[in-house]
Design a protein around this ligand. Structure first.
Ligand code: ADP
Ligand code: MG
Length: 585
C-alpha cells in the first residue's frame, strides 16, 4: 500500500467533513502556542477553508516533513505515548487531509528571515518555496474530497457543514479562553472572541451575558490526578436538549457517558427530558486517560474511572449544595464588547416565559420555593390547592378563553400560551411534596378511617411505601397482619375516594411498575407517582373557572415547563412563529 493510499485510509478516520479538518488544524495551532487563531470558510468549508495562527511556525525542513505520514514533532519517545500534553500526537492529520484535498501551507518561525510555502494536491507534493509572511502558520485547504467522490457525496448542505464548523470552533474557543478566536464564513465575520483569563466571560461571548450571569461557579475540586472546575446552570434554567452541555477533558471536548452519568448523579438525577446547562472542565493526569480510543477523540477511556466520576459527582453536588445554601456564586460577567457577542445567533428555546416573569435585574439564584399552604385547609374545599388571592401577580398574562373547555389560553407580550391544567397540577403538587421533604407534610384526619386488605405477598413493599406516604402526610397504621388502616391524608390534597386512591397508588409499587430504590431519595419517585395519580383524578372544573391563579402557581415552580415525568405543562406560540406561519411581514 503506498503512502497516499494509506493516508486516504487514515483520512477516513480523521477527516469526515470540513469540521473535522478545522478541528485538526486548530488543534495544531493550539499546540503551536498560538494567541490568536482565525478560521475562515467558504461554501461550508468544502470549497475552501483557512486557518491562520500566530504560533511558533515551522522551519523549512519541518514544513516539508509535516505532510509525511507520522511526521509528528510531538512524540518524543515511547513513554510519550502515555504522557500526552499536546492535542496532536499521531502525525496523521496533515497527510490525511493532504491526501483528500489541495493543501497549501505558509509558515515562518519568528527567528527566520523568510518563511516557507509548501503545497500538496491529493497527496502529490510540490517542492517548497520561499515566502514572505508573518511569523506563524497559515493553512489553506481547498476542494475537500475532490478525489474521493463517494465521501464528498456524504457531505450535507453548505449551511449544515458551516454549522458544524462553527460549532467546532466554538468548542475550541470554550476550551481555550486565553486564545482569541475569529471565525468568518463567506467573507462575513461570525464571531471574534477576545482572549481572556475569565472563563465566564468567554462563555458569555457565546451564550449572552444574561444567561452567563446565572451560571454557578463550581468550587474547584481536586482528587489525586484530577481537577474539576467550570460552571453550572441552575436546574430551573434547564433546556430540553443538550445544546448547553459542554465537557472538556484536558482541553478537548468529550462526549462521554460515564462523565455525563457522574454529572447527573451530582444533580441527584435530571427530570426526564431536561438538561441543565454545564461547562465542565476536567484536568486529568494524562497517565490516567487513554485518548487514543478513536481518532475523533470524543470518547475517552479512563484508567481509573471511579476516581474521576467521584470527583465530578462531588464537585457538582457541592456546587449545588453551596448554591442552595444561598452562598453567592453567581456574579455578573465582566462587560463583553457588544460587537463580539452574537446574541442574535443564540437559538431561542420555546420556553422563555421565565425571564418575562423574573426580570433580569432580579438576580435570584433560585426561583422562590412554592408557597407553603395552610395546613388546616378544609379537605372538602375544591379550591383549596389554589392560592386564594384574586389578583395573581401576573401582569404579563391575560386569560383570553378556554380551548374546548380543556386548555386555558393566555396572551402575553411574546404571543400565546396554552396551559394543560392536569399537567400543571402534577408539577405543582410534586414540588409541594418535595418542599416538605425535611418534615412530614401536614395531615388531615379522616372522620372514619379507611381499611385496606392487602395481599400478604405485597406487605413488604407496602410497608416501604408507607414510610414515603407518611412523609407526604398520610397516616397509615398496621391493622392485623395484612390490613392497613388509613387514618389521615395530606392536608393539601382533598381526596374523594381515599381507599381506592391509596390502593391504586400502592399497586403501582407492589406490581413493580415503579420502584423506590432507584433514586438516592426514595421520596422523589414516590412523590412523582402521587402527584401524577392525584392530578389524574382531580376535578379540574374549578381550575378552569380560575386559570390565572393556577398559571401563577405553576410559574412559581422551580421547573414549571413540564411534569416530573417530562410532559409539557405549557405550550407557547411566539408571535414571531405565528407571523412566520402567516407569512406576515
Ligand atoms: P500531530 O499534530 O499529531 O503532530 P499533524 O499531522 O497534525 O500531527 O501535524 C504534523 C506536524 O506539523 C506537527 O507535529 C507540527 O510539528 C507541525 N505543525 C502542524 N501544524 C502546525 C502549526 N499550525 N504550527 C506549527 N507547527 C505545525
Ligand atoms: Mg495535529
Amino acid at each position: 500500500m503506498d503512502d497516499v493510499l494509506a493516508s486516504q485510509v487514515a483520512a477516513g478516520e480523521v477527516v469526515e467533513r470540513p469540521a473535522s479538518v478545522v478541528k485538526e488544524l486548530v488543534e495544531n495551532s493550539i499546540d503551536a502556542g498560538a494567541r490568536c487563531i482565525r478560521v475562515e470558510i467558504s461554501r461550508g468549508g468544502i470549497s475552501r477553508l483557512r486557518v491562520v495562527d500566530d504560533g511558533c511556525g515551522m522551519g523549512r525542513a519541518d514544513a516539508e516533513m509535516c505532510l509525511l505520514r507520522h511526521a509528528t514533532s510531538k512524540l518524543l519517545d515511547a513513554a510519550g505515548l502515555f504522557d500526552i500534553r499536546h492535542l496532536g500526537f499521531r502525525g496523521e492529520a496533515l497527510p490525511s487531509i493532504a491526501s483528500v484535498a489541495h493543501i497549501d501551507i505558509t509558515t515562518r518561525r519568528a527567528e527566520d528571515v523568510e518563511g516557507t510555502r509548501v503545497t500538496c494536491d491529493g497527496g502529490e507534493m510540490e517542492p517548497p518555496m520561499s515566502a514572505g509572511c508573518a511569523p506563524g502558520t497559515e493553512i489553506c485547504v481547498t476542494n475537500l474530497f475532490f478525489n474521493t467522490p463517494v465521501r464528498r457525496k456524504f457531505l450535507k448542505s453548505d449551511e449544515t457543514e458551516a454549522g458544524h464548523v462553527e460549532h467546532q470552533v466554538k468548542l475550541h474557543a470554550l476550551a481555550f479562553p486565553n486564545i482569541r478566536f475569529v471565525f468568518s464564513k463567506e467573507g462575513q465575520g461570525v464571531f471574534d472572541v477576545p482572549a481572556t483569563h475569565d472563563l465566564r466571560r468567554r462563555i458569555a461571548d457565546f451564550i449572552g451575558r444574561e444567561q452567563a450571569a446565572r451560571l454557578m461557579r463550581m468550587r474547584p475540586t481536586e482528587a489525586p490526578g484530577v481537577r474539576v472546575h467550570g460552571f453550572l446552570m441552575p436546574m430551573a434554567a434547564a433546556n430540553r436538549n443538550r445544546r448547553m452541555q459542554f465537557i472538556f477533558l484536558n482541553g478537548r471536548p468529550i462526549d462521554d457517558p460515564i462523565v455525563m452519568r457522574a454529572v447527573k448523579d451530582g444533580f441527584g438525577g435530571f427530570p426526564t427530558g431536561l438538561h441543565p446547562g454545564l461547562f465542565l472542565y476536567l484536568e486529568v493526569d494524562p497517565a490516567l486517560v487513554d485518548v487514543n480510543v478513536h481518532p475523533a477523540k470524543r470518547e475517552v477511556r479512563f484508567r481509573r474511572p471511579s476516581e474521576i466520576t467521584l470527583a465530578v459527582t462531588d464537585a457538582v453536588a457541592a456546587t449545588l449544595a453551596a448554591h442552595a445554601r444561598g452562598e453567592s456564586d453567581t456574579e455578573a460577567p465582566a462587560p463583553a464588547p457588544q460587537a463580539q457577542t452574537p446574541p442574535a445567533g443564540a437559538p431561542r428555546t420555546p420556553f422563555q416565559l421565565r425571564p418575562v416573569l423574573e426580570p433580569s435585574q432580579e438576580e435570584l439564584p433560585l426561583p422562590p420555593a412554592p408557597k407553603p399552604q395552610p395546613a388546616d385547609a378544609p379537605a372538602d374545599s375544591p379550591s383549596a390547592p389554589v392560592p386564594q388571592e384574586d389578583e395573581p401577580d401576573l401582569p404579563n398574562f391575560r386569560h383570553i378563553g378556554t380551548l374546548h373547555n380543556t386548555y386555558p389560553v393566555f396572551e402575553n407580550s411574546e404571543g400565546l400560551v396554552l396551559l394543560a391544567p392536569r399537567a400543571a397540577r402534577e408539577r405543582i403538587i410534586f414540588e409541594r411534596l418535595l418542599a416538605g421533604n425535611k418534615h412530614p407534610l401536614a395531615s388531615q384526619r379522616l372522620l372514619v378511617p379507611e381499611i385496606l386488605e392487602m395481599d400478604a405477598r405485597d406487605m413488604g413493599i407496602a410497608l416501604e411505601v408507607k414510610t414515603q406516604m407518611e412523609q407526604a402526610g398520610f397516616l397509615i397504621s398496621l391493622f392485623g397482619r395484612n390490613t392497613l388502616r388509613v387514618e389521615a391524608v395530606p392536608a393539601f390534597l382533598p381526596l374523594r375516594r381515599v381507599a381506592a386512591f391509596v390502593q391504586e397508588l400502592l399497586q403501582l409499587f407492589t406490581r413493580g411498575e415503579v420502584r423506590l430504590n432507584r433514586s438516592r431519595s426514595p421520596f422523589e419517585p414516590f412523590a412523582m407517582q402521587l402527584a401524577r395519580q392525584y392530578a389524574r383524578q382531580e376535578d379540574i372544573e374549578p381550575l378552569l373557572q380560575r386559570p390565572l391563579p393556577l398559571l401563577a402557581e405553576l410559574l412559581r415552580c422551580e421547573i414549571p415547563y413540564c411534569t416530573p415525568t417530562g410532559k409539557p405543562t405549557l405550550l407557547p406560540f411566539a408571535m414571531s412563529e405565528i407571523n412566520r406561519k402567516f407569512q406576515a411581514q
